[in-house]
Design a protein around this ligand. Sequence first.
Ligand SMILES: [Cu+2]
Length: 280
Amino acid sequence: MKIGKLKLIFLTFLTSIISFSGIAVGNEPLPWQMGLQPPAGSISVMANDLHNLLLVVITAISVFVLFLLVYVCIRFRADKNPNPSKRTHNSILEVLWTVIPVLILVVIAVPSFRLLYYLDKQIEPDMTVKVTGIQWYWNYEYPDENIAFDSYMISDEDLKPGQKRLLDVDNPLILPENSKVKVLIAGNDVMHSFFVPSLAVQEYSVPGRLNEVWMDIPKGEKTYYGQCNQICGINHAYMPVVVKVLSKENYDNWLKKAKVEFANLNLLSQENIVLAEVKN
Ligand SMILES: [Cu+2]
């Protein structure tokens, strides 16, 4: 009876841990959320698979070590085992506890390196976006379209019904569905980090340096939420990232409007050039 109960608890624990990673939630952080946001795009699917593999591996290791500790505490306690063995070596055991962890690391390394190089590869991009982190907002530049705009969080008092507190912005980053986007990332003042969990994109924005990542934007009109992921000053928590994905047709329509709306905005890089000239 006792063993049956223990088995039940153990199985419930394992299945809940495995299923936490697969719970379908929104493309944004939710209260009491367990597990990752649902993966979107090939990068995110690979990252999610690696996470699920690691979860199984670390759970198995933790349970095994816990079992050993409990076993040793009970089996070799002083009143059960008054004269402890003087043995110090066991060659077979020593080989096993070296080789097995190495094999586990090799098993983890294969998908891990695969993902790392997949993230790092040169893609044939459909478009390029330059993202600049600034204290404390983002600037999005579309070099091919010659437009750029700032993206500020909507403060609590200006929130409209349906808008997400601390997450929605005035001008989201608009991208077309089913596309590969090259993202160039720079910082204007201090280090920031461009982070969109469901797209599995996180890259540091460093002043004086241009970082590069790519995003695999899946099909479907959706909005993905992220935040600055590098403590960057007093308003670090108030510079969310919103990536709004539109169909190709809607994207083209938005582009036409954006070219008019943002026509008078200086490109950030031009602003910097002017500033540099003033300083000299
Ligand atoms: Cu920041």
